[in-house]
Write a protein that binds this ligand. Sequence first.
Ligand code: ZN
Ligand code: ZN
Length: 347
Amino acid sequence: MIQAKGYAAQTPETDLAPWSFERREVGDHDVQFDIMFCGVCHSDLHQIKNDWFPGIFPMVPGHEIVGKVQKVGAHVKRYKVGDLVGVGCMVDSCRSCDECKEGLEQYCQAGSSQTYNGTEQDKKTPTYGGYSNTIIVNEDFVLRISDKLDLASVAPLLCAGITTYSPLRHWKVSKGHKLGVVGLGGLGHMAVKFGVSFGAEVTVLSTSESKEADAKKLGAHKFVVTKDKAQLKSVRGSFDFIIDTVSAKHDMNTYLGLLKTNGVMICVGVPSEPSPIAAFSIIVGRKSLAGSSIGGIRETQEMLDYCSDHNIVSDIEVIAMKDITQAYERMLKGDVKYRFVIDMATL
Ligand SMILES: [Zn+2]
Ligand SMILES: [Zn+2]
Protein backbone atom coordinates (compact mmCIF):
# COMPACT_ATOMS: atom_id res chain seq x y z
CA MET A 1 0.00 0.00 0.00
CA ILE A 2 1.00 3.62 -0.49
CA GLN A 3 1.09 5.93 2.51
CA ALA A 4 -0.92 9.09 1.98
CA LYS A 5 -1.68 12.06 4.17
CA GLY A 6 -4.56 14.46 4.08
CA TYR A 7 -7.29 16.19 6.05
CA ALA A 8 -10.24 14.10 7.16
CA ALA A 9 -13.44 14.40 9.15
CA GLN A 10 -13.49 11.50 11.61
CA THR A 11 -17.22 12.00 12.30
CA PRO A 12 -19.92 14.43 11.10
CA GLU A 13 -19.48 16.31 14.36
CA THR A 14 -15.74 16.96 14.12
CA ASP A 15 -13.80 19.50 12.09
CA LEU A 16 -11.35 18.37 9.43
CA ALA A 17 -7.93 17.51 10.84
CA PRO A 18 -4.69 15.91 9.61
CA TRP A 19 -4.95 12.15 8.98
CA SER A 20 -2.65 9.50 7.53
CA PHE A 21 -4.12 6.69 5.48
CA GLU A 22 -3.32 4.11 2.81
CA ARG A 23 -4.04 4.15 -0.89
CA ARG A 24 -3.72 1.18 -3.23
CA GLU A 25 -0.52 0.38 -5.10
CA VAL A 26 -0.31 1.69 -8.66
CA GLY A 27 -1.97 -1.01 -10.79
CA ASP A 28 -1.24 -1.72 -14.47
CA HIS A 29 -3.91 0.76 -15.63
CA ASP A 30 -3.47 3.31 -12.85
CA VAL A 31 -1.99 6.77 -12.74
CA GLN A 32 -0.57 8.14 -9.48
CA PHE A 33 -0.27 11.87 -9.23
CA ASP A 34 0.93 14.44 -6.74
CA ILE A 35 -2.01 16.68 -5.88
CA MET A 36 -1.06 20.33 -6.31
CA PHE A 37 -4.44 22.01 -5.89
CA CYS A 38 -7.90 20.94 -4.80
CA GLY A 39 -11.06 23.05 -5.09
CA VAL A 40 -13.48 23.41 -2.19
CA CYS A 41 -16.99 22.46 -3.33
CA HIS A 42 -20.13 23.22 -1.32
CA SER A 43 -20.88 19.49 -1.51
CA ASP A 44 -17.71 18.79 0.50
CA LEU A 45 -19.32 20.51 3.46
CA HIS A 46 -22.73 18.89 2.85
CA GLN A 47 -21.10 15.46 2.85
CA ILE A 48 -18.85 15.77 5.91
CA LYS A 49 -21.91 17.02 7.82
CA ASN A 50 -24.16 14.14 6.58
CA ASP A 51 -26.61 16.66 5.09
CA TRP A 52 -27.64 14.41 2.19
CA PHE A 53 -27.16 10.84 3.41
CA PRO A 54 -25.05 8.98 6.01
CA GLY A 55 -21.43 9.26 4.90
CA ILE A 56 -18.44 6.94 5.09
CA PHE A 57 -16.02 8.04 7.83
CA PRO A 58 -13.19 8.95 8.18
CA MET A 59 -13.90 11.14 5.12
CA VAL A 60 -11.26 12.93 3.06
CA PRO A 61 -13.26 15.35 0.86
CA GLY A 62 -12.25 16.99 -2.40
CA HIS A 63 -13.23 16.30 -6.02
CA GLU A 64 -11.69 19.17 -7.95
CA ILE A 65 -8.21 17.75 -8.10
CA VAL A 66 -5.25 18.76 -10.25
CA GLY A 67 -1.61 17.76 -10.13
CA LYS A 68 1.36 16.20 -11.84
CA VAL A 69 1.81 12.54 -12.73
CA GLN A 70 4.34 10.83 -10.50
CA LYS A 71 3.99 7.22 -11.61
CA VAL A 72 2.07 5.22 -14.24
CA GLY A 73 1.18 1.53 -14.42
CA ALA A 74 2.71 -0.80 -17.02
CA HIS A 75 -0.29 -0.63 -19.40
CA VAL A 76 -1.07 3.07 -19.12
CA LYS A 77 -1.10 4.56 -22.62
CA ARG A 78 -2.33 8.11 -22.37
CA TYR A 79 -0.23 9.58 -19.59
CA LYS A 80 3.43 9.78 -18.63
CA VAL A 81 5.37 11.03 -15.64
CA GLY A 82 5.26 14.85 -15.42
CA ASP A 83 1.94 15.33 -17.27
CA LEU A 84 -0.60 17.74 -15.80
CA VAL A 85 -3.78 15.85 -14.98
CA GLY A 86 -7.00 16.14 -13.06
CA VAL A 87 -9.74 14.08 -11.45
CA GLY A 88 -13.29 15.23 -10.85
CA CYS A 89 -16.22 13.69 -9.02
CA MET A 90 -15.82 10.07 -10.23
CA VAL A 91 -12.95 7.60 -10.19
CA ASP A 92 -14.64 4.57 -11.82
CA SER A 93 -17.92 3.08 -13.04
CA CYS A 94 -19.20 -0.34 -14.17
CA ARG A 95 -18.20 0.40 -17.80
CA SER A 96 -20.74 -2.07 -19.21
CA CYS A 97 -24.20 -0.52 -18.75
CA ASP A 98 -25.87 1.55 -21.49
CA GLU A 99 -24.97 4.83 -19.79
CA CYS A 100 -21.30 3.90 -19.40
CA LYS A 101 -21.13 2.81 -23.05
CA GLU A 102 -22.57 6.19 -24.06
CA GLY A 103 -20.00 8.10 -22.01
CA LEU A 104 -22.52 9.03 -19.33
CA GLU A 105 -20.61 7.37 -16.50
CA GLN A 106 -22.12 9.80 -14.01
CA TYR A 107 -25.45 8.03 -14.53
CA CYS A 108 -23.98 4.50 -14.40
CA GLN A 109 -26.75 2.05 -13.52
CA ALA A 110 -24.50 0.23 -11.07
CA GLY A 111 -23.48 3.54 -9.49
CA SER A 112 -20.25 5.29 -10.43
CA SER A 113 -17.49 5.37 -7.83
CA GLN A 114 -17.49 8.80 -6.25
CA THR A 115 -14.05 10.29 -5.71
CA TYR A 116 -14.68 10.39 -1.96
CA ASN A 117 -17.44 9.28 0.39
CA GLY A 118 -17.97 6.34 -1.93
CA THR A 119 -16.48 2.97 -2.76
CA GLU A 120 -14.49 1.46 -5.57
CA GLN A 121 -16.43 -0.83 -7.93
CA ASP A 122 -15.90 -3.72 -5.48
CA LYS A 123 -18.51 -1.76 -3.45
CA LYS A 124 -16.31 -2.23 -0.36
CA THR A 125 -13.09 -0.24 -0.58
CA PRO A 126 -13.68 3.37 0.49
CA THR A 127 -12.51 6.20 -1.73
CA TYR A 128 -10.66 9.22 -0.38
CA GLY A 129 -10.62 12.60 -2.10
CA GLY A 130 -8.31 15.42 -2.96
CA TYR A 131 -7.63 17.11 0.37
CA SER A 132 -4.51 14.94 0.33
CA ASN A 133 -1.03 14.72 -1.11
CA THR A 134 -1.40 11.93 -3.64
CA ILE A 135 -4.08 9.87 -5.43
CA ILE A 136 -4.18 6.72 -7.57
CA VAL A 137 -6.85 6.56 -10.28
CA ASN A 138 -7.51 4.33 -13.30
CA GLU A 139 -6.32 6.19 -16.41
CA ASP A 140 -9.81 6.10 -17.96
CA PHE A 141 -11.01 8.49 -15.24
CA VAL A 142 -8.01 10.82 -15.40
CA LEU A 143 -8.36 14.06 -17.38
CA ARG A 144 -5.68 15.89 -19.32
CA ILE A 145 -5.02 19.46 -18.16
CA SER A 146 -3.61 22.15 -20.43
CA ASP A 147 -0.50 24.03 -19.31
CA LYS A 148 -1.90 27.21 -20.91
CA LEU A 149 -4.11 28.05 -17.93
CA ASP A 150 -3.39 28.83 -14.27
CA LEU A 151 -3.47 25.40 -12.65
CA ALA A 152 -5.15 26.45 -9.39
CA SER A 153 -7.92 28.20 -11.35
CA VAL A 154 -8.49 25.07 -13.44
CA ALA A 155 -9.27 22.85 -10.41
CA PRO A 156 -12.90 24.02 -9.95
CA LEU A 157 -13.65 23.25 -13.60
CA LEU A 158 -13.65 19.57 -12.59
CA CYS A 159 -16.90 19.96 -10.64
CA ALA A 160 -18.32 23.51 -10.85
CA GLY A 161 -17.22 23.76 -14.49
CA ILE A 162 -18.58 20.49 -15.84
CA THR A 163 -21.76 20.73 -13.72
CA THR A 164 -22.74 23.88 -15.60
CA TYR A 165 -21.13 23.12 -19.00
CA SER A 166 -22.89 19.78 -19.43
CA PRO A 167 -26.54 20.93 -19.13
CA LEU A 168 -25.90 24.06 -21.22
CA ARG A 169 -24.52 21.80 -23.96
CA HIS A 170 -27.24 19.16 -23.55
CA TRP A 171 -30.01 21.75 -24.02
CA LYS A 172 -27.95 23.49 -26.73
CA VAL A 173 -28.04 26.89 -25.07
CA SER A 174 -26.63 29.32 -27.62
CA LYS A 175 -27.07 32.57 -29.54
CA GLY A 176 -30.66 33.77 -29.57
CA HIS A 177 -31.46 32.21 -26.17
CA LYS A 178 -32.13 34.07 -22.96
CA LEU A 179 -30.52 32.29 -20.03
CA GLY A 180 -31.22 33.08 -16.38
CA VAL A 181 -28.63 32.04 -13.79
CA VAL A 182 -29.96 31.69 -10.24
CA GLY A 183 -27.24 32.26 -7.65
CA LEU A 184 -23.76 33.63 -8.19
CA GLY A 185 -21.48 31.27 -6.31
CA GLY A 186 -19.03 28.60 -7.48
CA LEU A 187 -21.52 27.04 -9.92
CA GLY A 188 -23.30 30.27 -10.86
CA HIS A 189 -20.21 32.17 -11.89
CA MET A 190 -19.19 29.31 -14.20
CA ALA A 191 -22.71 29.18 -15.68
CA VAL A 192 -22.39 32.88 -16.50
CA LYS A 193 -19.02 32.39 -18.17
CA PHE A 194 -20.17 29.42 -20.26
CA GLY A 195 -23.54 30.96 -21.13
CA VAL A 196 -21.85 34.13 -22.39
CA SER A 197 -19.22 32.12 -24.25
CA PHE A 198 -21.95 30.05 -25.98
CA GLY A 199 -23.62 33.26 -27.20
CA ALA A 200 -26.70 33.40 -24.95
CA GLU A 201 -28.02 36.58 -23.35
CA VAL A 202 -27.28 35.96 -19.68
CA THR A 203 -29.18 37.42 -16.74
CA VAL A 204 -28.07 36.79 -13.17
CA LEU A 205 -30.96 36.36 -10.74
CA SER A 206 -29.73 37.11 -7.23
CA THR A 207 -31.18 38.01 -3.85
CA SER A 208 -28.34 40.41 -3.24
CA GLU A 209 -28.00 43.64 -5.21
CA SER A 210 -24.38 43.90 -4.05
CA LYS A 211 -23.46 41.28 -6.66
CA GLU A 212 -24.49 43.31 -9.69
CA ALA A 213 -21.08 44.78 -10.48
CA ASP A 214 -19.44 41.37 -10.11
CA ALA A 215 -22.04 39.72 -12.34
CA LYS A 216 -21.39 42.27 -15.08
CA LYS A 217 -17.64 41.83 -14.65
CA LEU A 218 -18.10 38.11 -15.29
CA GLY A 219 -19.86 38.98 -18.54
CA ALA A 220 -23.55 38.86 -17.56
CA HIS A 221 -25.68 41.13 -19.72
CA LYS A 222 -28.40 41.79 -17.14
CA PHE A 223 -28.94 41.56 -13.40
CA VAL A 224 -32.19 41.11 -11.51
CA VAL A 225 -32.60 41.50 -7.74
CA THR A 226 -35.15 38.80 -6.98
CA LYS A 227 -36.24 40.41 -3.71
CA ASP A 228 -37.45 43.42 -5.71
CA LYS A 229 -40.99 42.57 -6.89
CA ALA A 230 -40.97 45.10 -9.73
CA GLN A 231 -37.67 43.79 -11.11
CA LEU A 232 -38.91 40.21 -10.86
CA LYS A 233 -42.14 41.10 -12.66
CA SER A 234 -40.18 42.73 -15.48
CA VAL A 235 -38.63 39.37 -16.42
CA ARG A 236 -41.73 37.16 -16.03
CA GLY A 237 -42.12 34.77 -18.97
CA SER A 238 -38.84 35.89 -20.54
CA PHE A 239 -36.27 33.10 -20.27
CA ASP A 240 -35.73 30.13 -22.58
CA PHE A 241 -33.62 28.47 -19.90
CA ILE A 242 -32.89 28.98 -16.24
CA ILE A 243 -30.03 27.21 -14.51
CA ASP A 244 -30.64 27.00 -10.77
CA THR A 245 -27.34 26.69 -8.90
CA VAL A 246 -28.56 27.41 -5.39
CA SER A 247 -27.93 24.75 -2.76
CA ALA A 248 -29.78 26.51 0.07
CA LYS A 249 -33.55 26.33 0.56
CA HIS A 250 -35.45 28.48 -1.97
CA ASP A 251 -38.79 28.59 -3.81
CA MET A 252 -38.46 27.10 -7.30
CA ASN A 253 -42.01 28.17 -8.27
CA THR A 254 -40.86 31.78 -8.37
CA TYR A 255 -38.25 30.97 -11.00
CA LEU A 256 -40.50 28.68 -13.05
CA GLY A 257 -42.73 31.73 -13.49
CA LEU A 258 -39.88 33.52 -15.25
CA LEU A 259 -39.69 30.94 -18.06
CA LYS A 260 -41.19 31.43 -21.51
CA THR A 261 -43.65 28.88 -22.85
CA ASN A 262 -41.69 25.62 -23.41
CA GLY A 263 -38.92 26.95 -21.18
CA VAL A 264 -36.66 24.63 -19.19
CA MET A 265 -35.38 25.14 -15.67
CA ILE A 266 -32.33 23.03 -14.88
CA CYS A 267 -31.45 22.26 -11.26
CA VAL A 268 -27.78 21.71 -10.50
CA GLY A 269 -27.63 22.92 -6.88
CA VAL A 270 -28.66 20.45 -4.19
CA PRO A 271 -30.52 21.91 -1.21
CA SER A 272 -30.65 19.60 1.83
CA GLU A 273 -34.46 19.64 1.90
CA PRO A 274 -37.01 18.83 -0.85
CA SER A 275 -38.65 21.77 -2.58
CA PRO A 276 -42.45 21.82 -3.17
CA ILE A 277 -43.52 22.47 -6.76
CA ALA A 278 -47.05 23.59 -7.64
CA ALA A 279 -48.33 21.70 -10.72
CA PHE A 280 -49.56 25.02 -12.16
CA SER A 281 -45.96 26.27 -12.15
CA ILE A 282 -45.16 23.89 -15.01
CA ILE A 283 -48.60 23.25 -16.60
CA VAL A 284 -49.10 26.84 -17.60
CA GLY A 285 -46.67 27.37 -20.47
CA ARG A 286 -45.74 23.67 -20.86
CA LYS A 287 -42.57 24.15 -18.86
CA SER A 288 -39.96 21.56 -17.93
CA LEU A 289 -38.18 21.20 -14.63
CA ALA A 290 -35.00 19.23 -15.20
CA GLY A 291 -31.84 18.24 -13.40
CA SER A 292 -28.28 17.45 -14.37
CA SER A 293 -25.32 15.93 -12.60
CA ILE A 294 -21.70 16.73 -13.52
CA GLY A 295 -20.78 15.22 -16.93
CA GLY A 296 -19.23 12.05 -18.36
CA ILE A 297 -15.49 11.65 -18.77
CA ARG A 298 -15.51 12.39 -22.52
CA GLU A 299 -17.53 15.56 -22.00
CA THR A 300 -15.38 16.64 -19.05
CA GLN A 301 -12.31 16.42 -21.30
CA GLU A 302 -14.19 18.36 -24.00
CA MET A 303 -15.02 21.05 -21.42
CA LEU A 304 -11.39 21.28 -20.25
CA ASP A 305 -10.21 21.59 -23.86
CA TYR A 306 -12.89 24.22 -24.57
CA CYS A 307 -11.72 26.21 -21.54
CA SER A 308 -8.12 25.99 -22.67
CA ASP A 309 -9.06 27.19 -26.19
CA HIS A 310 -11.29 30.01 -24.90
CA ASN A 311 -9.24 31.02 -21.87
CA ILE A 312 -11.95 30.20 -19.34
CA VAL A 313 -11.09 29.43 -15.72
CA SER A 314 -12.75 29.74 -12.35
CA ASP A 315 -12.27 32.89 -10.23
CA ILE A 316 -10.62 31.64 -7.08
CA GLU A 317 -9.10 32.43 -3.71
CA VAL A 318 -6.20 30.16 -2.80
CA ILE A 319 -6.06 29.01 0.83
CA ALA A 320 -3.76 26.95 3.04
CA MET A 321 -5.00 23.52 4.12
CA LYS A 322 -5.11 24.50 7.80
CA ASP A 323 -7.61 27.29 7.03
CA ILE A 324 -10.26 24.95 5.63
CA THR A 325 -12.76 25.25 8.49
CA GLN A 326 -12.64 29.03 8.28
CA ALA A 327 -13.10 28.76 4.51
CA TYR A 328 -16.23 26.63 5.03
CA GLU A 329 -17.63 29.29 7.36
CA ARG A 330 -17.02 31.96 4.74
CA MET A 331 -18.46 29.75 1.98
CA LEU A 332 -21.69 29.35 3.96
CA LYS A 333 -22.00 33.14 4.10
CA GLY A 334 -21.33 33.41 0.37
CA ASP A 335 -18.13 35.26 1.21
CA VAL A 336 -15.91 33.93 -1.58
CA LYS A 337 -15.29 34.98 -5.17
CA TYR A 338 -16.05 32.35 -6.25
CA ARG A 339 -14.25 29.22 -5.23
CA PHE A 340 -11.70 28.42 -2.57
CA VAL A 341 -8.83 26.30 -3.82
CA ILE A 342 -6.45 24.60 -1.42
CA ASP A 343 -2.75 24.85 -2.21
CA MET A 344 -1.74 21.28 -1.33
CA ALA A 345 1.87 22.36 -0.84
CA THR A 346 0.60 23.72 2.51
CA LEU A 347 -0.55 20.27 3.71
ZN1 ZN B 1 -18.49 19.49 -6.32
ZN1 ZN C 1 -22.24 1.68 -15.79
